[in-house]
Design a protein. Structure first.
Length: 248
């Protein structure tokens, strides 16, 4: 399979790149800095900025699928408008996927888009989440997370706010009810965390997965397995879904 991967050097994208490479796929790592793409079998760097749609279209052409792990919020440029650029990137990804004739997009969006009950998303019951700085999670939120969630403390920059969270949740609105191309919207579980690859996961719907009275978790490496599995199987066409793993 020929995969166009956006966000190949990010937290999730780098694991997707590694997983897809290990399975023998051909991956074009689309980034503004292709020299930063890992040197892995089947991986080719391509310079393109998805904030510029006319660069994204030719970068996508000739691939079987676009996988987007696009996120401008973790490493924003000084003065960057993260909310505006997130929405611009999402729209460009969709339009470039269609206009390049790839016509298939697997989008990694926000976990806050998952539903806690009909009509109520996780982002609705955790107000102000996008205003958190670094890893200063509210105590009531931290207490709901699996223990491995604390591993974020070691890798998240302390000087940024998570203002990308809300637009990556609202991005779901650009996908719902559109049947003009093949899309799949993956929301990581609330307890997504760094940590070792366990090699397994449970597929969920668009509901927030729980582990008892806590939010269920999943390592980034295992989320990558679920994402590449979906790329290979196309099991969630036109669906919003998640994956998780209860504590053992």
């Amino acid at each position: 399979m020929k995969i166009a991967l956006v966000g190949a050097t990010g937290f999730i994208g780098s694991k997707v790149l590694e997983e897809a490479s290990n399975r023998g796929h051909e991956i074009t790592a689309i980034t503004r800095h292709p020299e930063n793409a890992p040197q892995l079998p089947g991986v080719f760097g391509r310079k393109a900025d998805v904030l510029k749609r006319m660069q994204a279209i030719p970068a996508f052409e000739g691939h079987d699928i676009v996988i987007s792990c696009f996120n401008v919020g973790h490493k924003p440029d000084p003065g960057q408008n993260v909310v505006r650029d997130t929405f611009t990137g999402v729209v460009n990804l969709i339009r470039a996927t269609k206009e390049s004739s790839v016509n298939r997009l697997l989008f990694v969006g926000g976990g806050g888009a998952l539903y806690v009950k009909p009509g109520i998303q996780l982002i609705d019951v955790i107000p102000g989440l996008g205003e958190i700085s670094g890893h200063e999670w509210p105590e009531d939120l931290s207490s709901m997370m699996p223990p491995e969630f604390a591993l974020w403390d070691e890798i998240l920059r302390k000087d940024i706010t998570h203002d990308h969270i809300i637009p990556l949740v609202q991005a779901l609105m650009f996908f719902e009810h559109d049947r003009t191309y093949d899309w799949s919207f993956f929301s990581p579980p609330a307890g997504l965390h760094p940590g070792p690859r366990k090699g397994k996961y449970i597929t969920g719907t668009n509901q927030v997965p729980m582990d008892g009275d806590k939010y269920a978790g999943l390592s980034i490496a295992d989320a990558a397995i679920a994402i590449v599995d979906e790329a290979e199987r196309d099991a969630h066409k036109w669906e919003h879904w998640t994956a998780y793993l209860p504590a053992e």
